[in-house]
Design a protein around this ligand. Sequence first.
Ligand SMILES: *[C@@H]1O[C@H](CO)[C@@H](O)[C@H](O)[C@H]1NC(C)=O
Ligand SMILES: *[C@@H]1O[C@H](CO)[C@@H](O)[C@H](O)[C@H]1NC(C)=O
Length: 406
Amino acid sequence: MRLRLAGAVLLAAAAYYVYLPLPSGVSEPWKLMLLDALFRSFMRASDAAHSLGVCHRVRLLNRVVSWVEVIEARSSPTVKVTDSTLGGVPTRVFQPNGDSRLRRGVLYFHGGGWALGSAKMRSYDLLCRKMAEDLDAVIMSVEYRLAPEAVFPDQYHDAVVASQAFLSAELLQQYDIDPERLCVSGDSAGGNLAAAVAQELSLDDSLQVKFKAQALIYPVLQALDFHTPSYQQNQAVPILYRPYMARFWLQYLGADSSLEPVLLANNHSALDQRAISAATRSKLNWTALLPAERKKNFKPVVEEKGSPGVVGAVPGLIDVRAAPLLAEQEVLGKTPKAYVMTCEFDVLRDDGLMYGRRLQDAGVEVTSDHYEDGFHGCMVFANLPMMSSVGQRSMRNYIRWLDQNL
Ligand SMILES: *[C@@H]1O[C@H](CO)[C@@H](O)[C@H](O)[C@H]1NC(C)=O
Ligand SMILES: *[C@@H]1O[C@H](CO)[C@@H](O)[C@H](O)[C@H]1NC(C)=O
């Protein structure tokens, strides 16, 4: 009896901890809650270790994630998996077995707020393996440096160097990759790096080989407006809460974490911030760039007076290499055909939607794939902790787009 009572109490406590009121419409809410409870527990443990001075929160978090998730490069009968380098940057390579005819190639950047994750994580390993199998393509998943040890522009620099090596004649020859059929891709912070790389390399006239496509999965693309309708609507939706995103940005840009409330108040982009021109503001003006059904009744948050000096102290905030949405239209127009995946229940939804719209306005062919029941991370967490239906669906559609467009 006592045991049963204790069991019931424990179960109730667990349910209380896991339960979160989620907006109706989220795909399989209990799975998302469970994923969030896991993530939250990790975050709390890391915060505790951080404040006790044991180690930096991100380092601990990364260690836990690595311990749970990192797997060796293991080949299967269909795909040869090896750990190699691209221009000196560690990279996991997935090569389909079989004859040596030319194959398509995808360069992939994993997500994790420029601070977490790894190409060697089970979830990314599985994704790339599946892409290699389903597309009969060579997939290279880049292990770029992470915050807090590395800050902008290190991650960006690794991404560009790896991309240049990927596009080199020697590499393409070595792996029997078709130079006409190359894609750069990534999710979340990896989508940010993929978009930035696509811009940078499109401008480089010295390159003989270019990417044919860019595929961006719920990418993060700007840090000037933390009150887009999706930031407002989804601020309390797991797993990427609004404050986490501000914290990831500050960490990436090597700025002090005490600026978090300033960013969350949009004080860094108040109108007294002279470093942000009207032209820059128009590039993320969601009242003009989003369709009515996404704007709903949300109001822009534009302060008259804020914290001038923040952009001066953190110049990365308006650096297009960190925030690809700030690119000029002429630059966007030179980038390859695009696939942009967005999720309704994601603070980054509007970053992706605005980027898709601006690419289209610049004359780029864009496939916009929006998931009304999707949440941030759903594609990569397609196998974790349980299969999510929107995760499986989005992964299928992403791979299908690559198959038809590469
Ligand atoms: C944003 O777009 C709206 C609607 O087109 C326009 O009225 C407003 O002036 C624009 N604001 C900026 C800062 O560009
Ligand atoms: C934003 O700026 C205003 C005006 O300078 C100031 O009163 C307010 O405290 C600031 N808020 C934050 C969170 O920094």
